[in-house]
Design a protein around this ligand. Structure first.
Ligand SMILES: NC(=O)c1ccc[n+]([C@@H]2O[C@H](COP(=O)([O-])OP(=O)(O)OC[C@H]3O[C@@H](n4cnc5c(N)ncnc54)[C@H](OP(=O)(O)O)[C@@H]3O)[C@@H](O)[C@H]2O)c1
Length: 217
């Protein structure tokens, strides 16, 4: 069983993923920024760690992630402005990379975004900046020597999902339930032989376990 540090533990994906990991027998520490979120995390069997991604440095993350085997990054600025997008979606994973290296943590799971998202729709302000930052974080992680996995979900919907997805190296764009993304991440974490992969993910017809295991080479 692993010690997992979950960034974005209170988010739509993270709040579903944390309990899945605990149920699988892992020890999970969840980053949260508001004091009142500590009780909620503890109630789910997750050890709370308070900190703000904007303010935390790579050295702070090195301290926070000491003793962990796996880092999961599922935080996001959620359209709260370009500076926050740069700091959270762009620089956040890079700080975690540094912390992973400093602590000898080899496994990093990054929730990125589907690069083709919304190409056929009028772009919302800041969206191109968001995609650019997601791409830059992916570039840094993919260039590292860690055993990383990058998951690029389509547009997220706030549902638990039916456990059926489409996962592939290059698939048609679509939506995906946050619960299905969490289930795919949980399954990836149970399958450490899947590494150094970028996986596109939408809702689909394949049971999530089968879809994930199709990446075993
Ligand atoms: N929205 C989409 O359609 C879409 C599509 C593809 C990929 N994604 C990506 O999927 C990931 C997860 O999405 P989601 O919907 O689960 O996210 P979400 O519900 O918006 O949650 C974001 C998480 O990040 C945390 N966070 C934000 N700013 C923080 C800070 N300064 N310090 C510490 N934690 C902070 C939030 O904490 P609080 O609880 O304190 O807010 C929350 O736990 C994100 O990386 C997002 O970019 C989104």
């Amino acid at each position: 069983m692993s010690n997992i540090f979950l960034i974005g533990a209170t988010g739509g994906i993270g709040s579903r993923l944390g309990p899945m990991l605990v149920a699988a027998g892992h020890t999970v520490t969840g980053l949260h920024r508001k004091p009142e979120q500590a009780d909620v995390l503890q109630g789910k069997g997750i050890e709370p760690y308070q900190g703000d991604l904007m303010a935390m440095t790579a050295a702070d993350f090195t301290e926070a992630t000491k003793g962990h085997d796996i880092i999961v990054f599922s935080a996001g600025a959620a359209g709260s402005g370009p500076d926050r997008t740069t700091a959270i979606d762009g620089r956040g994973p890079v700080k975690l990379l540094e912390a992973a290296r400093a602590n000898g943590i080899s496994r990093l799971y990054l929730v990125s975004a589907f690069m083709d998202a919304r190409r056929d729709k009028p772009q919302k302000e800041g969206f191109e900046h968001y995609i650019k930052n997601k791409r830059q974080a992916d570039n840094a992680v993919a260039a590292s020597d860690l055993d990383w996995v990058i998951v690029r979900p389509g547009t997220l919907v706030s549902e638990d999902g039916d456990g059926r997805v489409n996962a592939g190296l290059a698939i048609p764009y679509g939506t995906v339930a946050r619960g299905n993304v969490a289930a795919a991440l949980a399954c990836l974490i149970e399958t450490p032989e899947i590494k150094r992969e970028i996986i596109e993910l939408t809702d689909g017809d394949t049971p999530v376990g089968d879809a994930v295991r199709s990446f075993i080479r």
